[in-house]
Design a protein around this ligand. Structure first.
Ligand SMILES: Cc1cc2nc3c(=O)[nH]c(=O)nc-3n(C[C@H](O)[C@H](O)[C@H](O)COP(=O)(O)O)c2cc1C
Length: 415
């Protein structure tokens, strides 16, 4: 394994970013209000967005001393891809609106850090561009579209064929977007299908000349997977309407399963019954996720949903998690609760917005350093050894009890 403490280092003089939160602050300064709202806000009162973070503080890590074991491996596998790091880049749409190099730069950074990116249906770069600009096989994320009516073409099948032809083998199917979440922060800022440019928006952009110049001259604001060659941004927005399906059902998942040969993971599962159903439809993996608190506000935090899903299907398929990961301790807690890897959405966008591809890589290296340090403090040499007995409910005394007795009530409720 590469030396976990040898990542890219910025700020050797102590002035540069050293945490994901530092990157968040840098990104905020770089982006106009409208774009910042798109990245950092969530649905309605932001309850689930905050709950995703709070859930991690309800667990404490057991530290062990004088164990003599060094960190040997953080390797894991996600949808057929071998990763050196149990952290991958979750899919995000329209990412080039934050930095024109977008998902391509992010995927290249993921490769340099020994991991992979999941490329969204709504990405600003096409699967063909990602494949041409990278050397590893990355993963594709599908938003299923409505069954075609009349002369409409079958957008889902067209997209799947393009992804397969470009060499993508692993796929996430996102199922938690039957409609768009009520993201009031975005709406207040005019970040809607046909954006409104108010004097406030124009002033906010004018105060960020580097971002504005890239926005105007690089013109990376469309979703090329949603249009035929040469299609316009307007066509992409119209097609995007076909992706938000209020009537999406298990039969649709089966249809997609039948059309895709490679590993297929279902993203956006919170309830163990849904996890069970997804596996029955042929899913090869489950991604426990509430879309980063961007869909149903007051949905359960991802970490709180994880143990029950693992208990139900974890003996048959890998279970991944995303939502609220900002620290190495978060990654380790999720792995202790049964995740085989975790995804990061906003953290990688902060890195991208702040410093392009190097920023994404640095965010991943920060997490790698943090995970390695936590493992050392816990006496764990390989991430595959992490398990529930290494956690305690925060603030509670430690008893010599069976590990299962330590799962908090909130988690037990979903079983
Ligand atoms: C700006 C933005 C765009 C996103 N776009 C997509 C998308 O196109 N497809 C998808 O499945 N999830 C999308 N997500 C959700 C992420 O894949 C992921 O579930 C979430 O960001 C995880 O939470 P975190 O941001 O706290 O890490 C998006 C998230 C953000 C922040």
């Amino acid at each position: 394994m590469r030396n976990p403490f040898s990542g890219v280092k910025f700020g050797l003089r102590g002035s540069g970013p050293i945490t994901v939160e530092d990157y968040r602050k840098l990104a905020r300064r770089k982006l106009p209000g409208m774009v910042w709202a798109y990245v950092d806000e969530g649905a309605e009162s932001l309850t689930t967005l905050r709950a995703n973070r709070d859930a991690f503080s309800r667990w404490a890590l057991k530290t062990r001393v004088l164990h003599g074991s060094v960190v040997e491996s953080m390797a894991t596998t996600v949808a057929g891809a071998d990763l050196d790091l149990p952290v991958f880049l979750s899919p995000t749409g329209l990412t080039a609106i934050t930095h024109w190099t977008g998902e391509l730069a992010a995927a290249q950074a993921a490769e340099r850090a020994g991991t992979r990116a999941v490329i969204s249906t709504a990405a600003s770069y096409s699967v063909e561009e990602i494949a041409a600009g990278t050397s590893q096989s990355h993963l594709f994320q599908l938003y299923p579209s409505a069954e075609p009516t009349g002369a409409q073409r079958d957008l889902t099948m067209t997209i799947l064929k393009r992804a397969a032809a470009a060499g993508f083998t692993g796929m996430f199917v996102t199922v938690d977007a039957p409609t768009v979440g009520n993201r009031e922060g975005e709406r207040h800022q005019g970040m809607i299908a046909n954006p409104r440019f108010t004097p406030r928006q124009i002033l906010s952009a004018a105060r960020r000349p580097a971002w504005s110049a890239d926005f105007l001259f690089r013109r990376r604001v469309s979703s090329p997977m949603l249009v035929e060659d040469g299609g316009s941004a307007v066509e992409a927005v119209q097609n995007q309407g076909q992706l938000l399906r209020p009537d999406l059902a298990w039969a649709d998942l089966r249809r997609i399963r039948d059309a895709w040969d490679g590993p297929l993971y279902v993203k956006g599962i919170l309830h163990p019954d849904d996890a069970e159903q997804a596996v029955a439809c042929g899913a090869d993996g489950i991604v426990v996720s509430n879309h980063g608190g961007r869909q149903l506000d007051h949905a359960i935090a991802s970490l709180d949903a994880l143990p029950a899903v693992v208990d139900r299907v974890g003996d048959r398929v890998p279970v991944l998690l995303d939502g609220g990961i900002r620290r190495g301790t978060d990654v380790v807690k999720a792995l202790c609760l049964g995740a085989t890897a975790v995804g990061i959405g906003r953290p990688y966008i902060y890195g991208l917005a702040a410093r392009g591809s190097a920023g994404v890589q640095h965010v991943l290296e920060i997490l790698r350093d943090e995970i390695a340090r936590v493992m050392l403090f816990m006496g764990v040499s390989d991430v595959s050894q992490l398990n529930r007995s290494m956690l305690l409910p925060a603030g509670q005394a430690q008893f010599e009890a069976a590990p299962d007795a330590l799962v908090p009530e909130a988690v037990g409720a979903l079983r």
